[in-house]
Write a protein that binds this ligand. Structure first.
Ligand SMILES: *[C@@H]1O[C@H](CO)[C@@H](O)[C@H](O)[C@H]1NC(C)=O
Ligand SMILES: *[C@@H]1O[C@H](CO)[C@@H](O)[C@H](O)[C@H]1NC(C)=O
Ligand SMILES: *[C@@H]1O[C@H](CO)[C@@H](O)[C@H](O)[C@H]1NC(C)=O
Length: 399
């Protein structure tokens, strides 16, 4: 770092450090700075502090700059992602303009086969059903989308070769390919008919398939290529209809199915709220908020007063105080990675007290350190007042 930069930084830090003495309301005029330097500790001591602060600033500013850049990128990608996920219909916390209103939701549903299908509840279609009379789906008029049921229970087409003479027909039709995922939207799949030891003796007309919210599928059935072919309903997949929203139906052998909990990547919950139950005066480097009221995710350490970000994401913090003592200027600073980012300033000129609350929102990387410093003045609290507080939440988790 060259000398000019150093001086500029030194002045900046100097102003910041002196804000307590001169008041924070923009009065950074040179007269007052002079007054401050005369009134307070020797210059040498102050400069030592300034240079010490600079050292951390030097690297913190690089970090902050990187964070800023990352945040812009995150916002861009998260917006895209959100748009994607909105279409896919998964549950993602969405804020502000991304939320669709009812009209838009209606419009979206209007063309969505997940909301417009015909129920096909025919027990003879079951993979375990053997009937005397055989059906040929070629004789049916197929129109639009269908959802398969077995006696009122939602199920899906088999993804495996079904023995002949099942599903109420000679050659049962099964899906030659995996069911799509939500994000795949509508896909086209080949359909096979089993006959004479050949699982795909009949390569029937391909059909379209879509996965819907609530673990079910809709199929756009068409006339099969020959007789006697019929679409099957796999009774082994009845269990899939009972999977909850945060589960997916899985199977290794396509015979035995079970509900499996989805990997929860972006659902970490972090919330904390703590108070300092006593009075504070003068400089307290790190307030040790010992009375912890909420600590979901255990990211706040009551022993040290430090919050440590457990994941990357956007966090929101708040901190409050109540100042007493006439004439006292009280400054509390929120410190992020040892960088002072937000102040809660009060200056009580008469015989009165004032409460003060400040908030701050930022992107943090995993491992970031956040605490509150009592820079100067007096703060009042007792064990029941909850006046000197510090809290925060993870709003959105990010990669
Ligand atoms: C700045 O200094 C002048 C004297 O030079 C003083 O009159 C004035 O009040 C100061 N400004 C503020 C905002 O304190
Ligand atoms: C974010 O998107 C805007 C336009 O939507 C673009 O101008 C900007 O360059 C993007 N920023 C990054 C970091 O990708
Ligand atoms: C077919 O499976 C269903 C569901 O498991 C069962 O209720 C039914 O009894 C079975 N039918 C035959 C003929 O095995």
């Amino acid at each position: 770092m060259n000398l000019v930069k150093m001086v500029v930084l030194a002045v900046a830090v100097f102003v910041m450090l002196s804000s307590c003495a001169v008041g924070y309301s923009g009065s950074t005029n040179s007269t007052e700075l002079n007054v401050w330097s005369v009134e307070n500790q020797p210059m040498a001591e102050q400069l030592a502090a300034v240079f010490k602060e600079m050292e951390s600033l030097k690297c913190e500013q690089t970090t902050l700059w990187k964070q800023q850049k990352a945040l812009t990128q995150m916002q861009n990608t998260s917006q895209e992602k959100r748009a994607e996920e909105e279409v896919a219909g998964t549950h993602v916390l969405s804020y502000g303009p991304m939320k669709m209103n009812d009209d838009e939701e209606d419009l979206r549903r209007r063309g969505d086969p997940c909301y417009h299908y015909t129920i096909l509840d025919q027990a003879w279609r079951a993979t375990n059903a053997t009937t005397k009379f055989k059906v040929c789906d070629r004789h049916s008029k197929w129109k639009g989308w269908y959802r398969l049921f077995y006696k009122g229970m939602s199920l899906q087409m088999p993804e495996r070769c079904v023995p002949v003479d099942k599903c109420g027909t000679h050659s049962p039709l099964w899906l030659a390919g995996p069911h799509p995922k939500m994000k795949d939207g509508i896909v086209t799949r080949r359909v096979c008919g089993h006959w004479k030891k050949n699982c795909c003796a009949f390569k029937s007309t391909p059909i379209q398939v879509k996965k819907c919210k609530g673990n079910y599928y809709v199929y756009k059935f068409t006339q099969p290529s020959a007789c006697y072919l019929a679409y099957c309903a796999d009774v082994n997949t009845i269990v899939c209809g009972r999977c909850s929203r945060d589960q997916t139906c899985v199977s290794r052998d396509k015979i035995n199915w079970r509900c499996k909990r989805n990997r929860r990547k972006f659902s970490k919950k972090i919330h904390f709220f703590a108070s300092y139950p006593d009075q504070l005066s003068g400089k307290v480097n790190r307030i040790k908020y010992s009375k912890v009221l909420v600590n979901v995710g255990r990211a706040f350490n009551r022993r040290t007063g430090v919050f440590k970000a457990p994941v990357n994401g956007i966090y929101q913090f708040f901190f409050s105080t109540q100042t007493g003592r006439t004439g006292a200027k009280t400054d509390l600073w929120l410190v992020v990675n040892r960088y002072w980012v937000a102040v809660s300033h009060t200056h009580v000129s008469r015989l009165s007290t004032v409460g003060s609350l400040s908030m701050y929102m930022t992107f943090l990387r995993r491992g970031a350190i956040v605490y509150v410093t009592h820079n100067c003045g007096r703060s009042w609290a007792n064990s029941a007042s909850t006046t000197i507080t510090f809290g925060g939440s993870l709003l959105v988790q990010m990669r």
